[in-house]
Design a protein around this ligand. Structure first.
Ligand code: ADP
Length: 205
């Protein structure tokens, strides 16, 4: 068992691999994108502020996301944690370390930009259980996991994706070197099917 961080560009499959890991081992898992979307749906003042970032494909400010993540980590009484989508900037990675939470393994999922764009255009999210599916596989019917309504994520337009991808290159890519230098990073080719990528990750863990 170990504490794990999942790194990767938008639509690289972080959330999907996170769900597969959760089926196999016991983790407390935090997906920061989903937490932010839940806050938006709550209609709170904070949610309105967060939405203004998500709508532009911008990262939310470090201080805002760090407060949410550290509060969550502090509430985990025992066991291992799995972070999907945090840290995404050097400031977040350093703060996590300073705060005393050290990952054992950082999994970097690699997928090229063209494949990511194809995925974004067919990605659907379940409005009930938040699972992600591809229109190419499930059509546009209901969620195969829970029967909920499948929708296009509001931030999954191509222009929004390109902003997120640019942010990933500028702010998140430096984390690969940071964790590589600490010998924590393992990289996996995320261009295969979710099951194949998961098999690869399982072998490396
Ligand atoms: P994706 O990886 O496809 O962009 P996520 O659901 O992981 O999807 O995240 C959605 C959005 O939430 C991100 O594009 C970003 O705007 C915001 N977000 C999530 N995690 C962070 C973070 N650690 N720092 C800043 N913004 C974040």
């Amino acid at each position: 068992m170990s504490n794990i961080i999942l790194l990767g560009p938008p639509a690289s499959g972080k959330g999907t691999q996170c769900q597969l890991l959760l089926k196999q081992r016991e983790y407390s898992c935090l997906g920061t994108g989903q937490v932010l979307r839940d806050e938006v749906h709550s209609g709170s003042e904070l949610g309105v502020l967060i939405e203004s970032y998500l709508n532009r494909g911008a990262y939310v400010p470090d201080q805002l996301i760090m407060r949410m993540v550290f509060q969550w980590l502090d509430n985990q009484v025992s066991g291992n944690w799995l972070l999907d989508g945090f840290p995404r900037t050097m400031a977040q990675a350093k703060a996590l370390e300073d705060y005393g939470y050290t990952p054992d393994v950082v999994i970097g999922i690699d997928v090229d930009q063209m494949s990511l764009e194809e995925r974004i255009l067919s990605r659907l999210i379940c409005s009930s259980c938040s699972a992600t599916h591809s229109r190419n596989i499930v059509g546009s019917g209901s969620c195969p996991d829970c029967g909920g309504v499948l929708q296009v994520r509001s931030d999954d337009g191509i222009a929004n994706f390109r902003n997120r991808f640019k942010n990933f290159q500028q702010f998140t890519m430096p984390l690969y070197d940071f964790y590589e230098s600490k010998r924590m990073l393992i990289r996996v080719d995320g261009s295969h099917s979710p099951a194949e990528v998961f098999r690869h990750i399982s072998k490396l863990l």
